[in-house]
Ligand binder design. Sequence first.
Ligand code: BES
Ligand code: ZN
Length: 446
Amino acid sequence: MTPELQDLFAFLSFPSVSTDSNHKSDVRDCANWIVGKLSAAGMDTQLHETPGNPIVVARNAHKADRKTVLIYGHYDVQPVDPLNLWDSPPFAPEIRNGKIWARGSTDNKGQMLAHILGVEKTLAEKGELPVNIILLFEGEEEIGSPNLAPFLEKHKAELACDIIAISDTGMVAPNTGTLGYGLRGIACCEVKITGPARDLHSGIFGGAVANPATAVARLVSSLHLPDGTVAIEGFYDDVRPLEPWEREMWAKVPGVSDEDYLKVTGSPATFGEPGYNSAERVFARPTAEVNGIGGGYQGEGSKTVIPAEAFVKFSFRLVPDQDPKTILQQVKAHLEKHCPPGVKLEIEIGHDGKPYACDPHSDFGKAAQRALKRTFPGEPMLIREGGSIPIVQAFRDILGVDTLLLGLALADAQIHSPNENFPIENFEAGIRLNQALLEELAADAS
Ligand code: BES
Ligand code: ZN
């Protein structure tokens, strides 16, 4: 095994699950491993405590006449459940069919480590980087980065930079350079419906009181029109329409046709807002999703009860220029209006992050495209991303800097799912991409 893969295996073996407080010390151990790695590469490295998980910042010796590039990544991962569907243990990485199988292999440890190793390699080969670099790694991205924006505010001066680069997004098809110039935002909330003081016999009491599970179902069905349009009042008010050049460009992007979405999802049909194809819906239109729903008897056979409570977890994917706080207000008003009588509605507001879009044809955007062209065959593909990285718009709001998204995640990487994987060739390409990127950003005349 190459030393690079050995590093990746070590990094992947930490169960750094940020959603689960049982993994607090694993998350910290993982952060300390990164500190060790960066210090050994000769970077000036600090571990910063936050009210949550640590933030790691590293830099080379900065010089006044060079561009400053900030590279961001996250070392936390999503939970592994359902564990029984994994073909190999999620934190014991394995190589099969040219891919590394482990939780975090693509999202985001493999992509993040590729940047670190690119920097390390350039330093070993040339003794110097072409730019001033700041590496910023957090352990709370998967829970909405609650402590990173305050950290940016506090350390604004030390984090001043010209451009930010992240590899934590998609690559449209294998070996295809992909520059993301947008991300969807997100807004989450959870609804709890309570009814009777305890589960009731549905024969003795059915008909006399409202059923919380039915109320949840009514709320869920009130969110969309039958054709897939979101039915919340005002939801589309601030949506920036798709540009004709984007539609034209995306029609030529490999890997994102309706057929591709059918194949990779395993769904029997595509479905969504009328008037748009799958890629347009994902890249540039907002959605309302149910992420979890429950209430009542879940065991074998039937149990005739009216459950005392039921719940649903919602998230809304947002596009420029929707504001998550405004959307959550509209959602709240909608739920209050549509909640059927006879039950009590509680809404718990969750985390949120703003949507983001920038100009892929800016000088830095062009530099990123040159780096992608040096690393992958053909012209780079320019897309907006359906996923969210909540801190990216905060980078612009607080540091005043745009972000280049150089994604290496394939559609079948199974991020957030069992059997997450990352091709070795993407890992190796990521290392070369970092080296090319820093050179091109340094060369850029802006
Ligand atoms: N790396 C993903 C985001 C992503 C993946 C963007 C693929 C584009 C393509 C990131 O780690 C992620 O999962 N973000 C969460 C954010 C949320 C938990 C606040 C998301 O999008 O669900
Ligand atoms: Zn993720």
